[in-house]
Ligand binder design. Structure first.
Ligand code: NAI
Ligand code: MG
Length: 359
């Protein structure tokens, strides 16, 4: 079996947290004899600087050929202006669209032991174990027409029944393997796309009679995420709602730097499941280059990569256990522990690697 992982670090802290995850993948590959091939690739601002475009055809081809992609983050203030040759963020949007990565899985867990690290009240967040299933290749981020006419600008929100159907099937399928509760998030009181969303999700529910389905308006969901997060099991959302709700949800464990994600395409005919794995955070130019970024989200994304695209559940579990043990011992970056107690990206990474490959 091929085990090629394309490593697209990108910009800012993307390069720092990806280097950390690569160290962990090397250690786990050695311990479990996985023979992983890790191939670096330029994306985002780094690719603009080298090639004038955020994603070259060559990298796109290599992404298609890889068994999985480990992605850091893209975004560089140097390319924010209207005169920039390209936008770094186009790289991730194009990869998602071109590889058909329509299902974005964003787990959020706060166990009793880690609840005290949350900036929110421990009694509210303890026991949170939810999974946001975000539709990733449709909705307002991709809808046409879009554009700018002087002082007027517009975007279009489009969803088709087949797009909603396939993400609903993914969400119901995952709910079946968990606590069998699904919350479908929409804004059906205002948006036509949401009324279609609700109708199609309800239709798909007939195939999963064991799953208890509820519909929740996105604004109410945003509130309940902070009021009673333990009530959620699986949530299914459109592209933009899932984007916003998961940044909010990152405050349950306490930092964006703890939030991994998997973006999956439909399985290939040979049964393999290509996917892109990335932290939910961006390139964080405010802290880039300081060596203080939290690598846990990217390392946890690498664990999801091992489990979902490479079929290595034991290796994945070893990485997750190493992360949990490291955090439990009080080894964590500034975003978790504050400037006086927080340690560097490298110190956290070494602690995790040491638990995977003792001696
Ligand atoms: P951001 O996620 O980069 O940062 C938000 C805040 O969280 C910042 O204060 C940052 O320091 C902190 N933070 C994020 N990740 C952290 C980590 N691992 N450890 C410690 N602190 C962390 O979002 P922002 O600032 O809105 O965007 C910065 C750039 O990233 C923009 O160019 C944006 O377009 C891009 N972006 C890219 C994404 C991607 O590549 N998938 C996703 C989100 C944003
Ligand atoms: Mg986001």
């Amino acid at each position: 079996t091929r085990r090629k992982v394309l490593v697209a670090a990108g910009d800012g802290i993307g390069t720092e947290v990806t280097a950390a995850a690569v160290e962990v993948l090397r250690a786990v590959s050695q311990r479990f004899g996985l023979g992983l091939e890790l191939e670096p690739a330029l994306v985002g601002g780094a690719s603009i600087a080298a090639h004038g475009t955020a994603l070259t055809d060559a990298v796109l081809d290599r992404a298609r050929a890889a068994d999985a992609i480990l992605f850091g983050a893209v975004g560089d203030p140097r390319y924010d202006g209207p005169d920039a040759p390209d936008r770094p963020e186009r790289a991730i949007l194009a990869l998602r669209k071109q590889l058909g990565l329509f299902a974005n899985l964003r787990p959020v867990r706060v166990d009793e032991a880690s609840a005290g690290r949350s900036p929110l009240r421990e009694s509210i967040v303890a026991g949170t174990d939810l999974l946001v299933v975000r539709e990733l290749t449709g909705g307002i981020y991709f809808g046409q027409p879009r554009g700018r006419e002087g002082e007027r600008a517009f975007d279009t929100m489009v969803y088709t029944a087949p797009e909603i159907e396939r993400i609903a099937h993914v969400a119901f399928g995952l709910a079946m393997r968990r606590r069998k509760r699904l919350t479908s998030v929409d804004k059906a009181n205002v948006l036509d796309t949401s009324r279609l969303w609700r109708e199609v999700v309800t239709r798909v529910a007939a195939n999963y009679p064991e799953v208890e389905l509820e519909h929740l308006l996105v604004d109410a969901c945003a509130m309940d995420m902070l009021r009673r997060p333990t009530r959620f099991d699986v949530l299914v959302t459109g592209n933009m709602f899932g984007d916003i709700l998961t940044d909010e949800a990152s405050m349950l464990p306490g930092s964006m730097g703890l939030m991994p994600s998997a973006s999956l395409a439909p399985p290939r005919p040979d049964g393999t499941h290509p996917g892109l794995y990335e932290p939910i955070h961006g390139s964080a130019p405010d802290i880039a280059g300081q060596g203080i970024a939290n690598p846990v989200a990217t390392i946890a994304s690498a664990a999801m990569l091992l489990r979902s695209s490479l079929g290595q559940p034991e290796a994945a579990a070893a990485v997750e256990a190493a992360i949990a043990a490291t955090l439990a011992e009080g080894v964590a970056t500034v975003d978790i522990l504050g400037p006086s107690q927080g340690v560097s990206t490298q110190t956290v990474t070494e602690a995790i690697v040491a638990r995977i490959n003792p001696g």
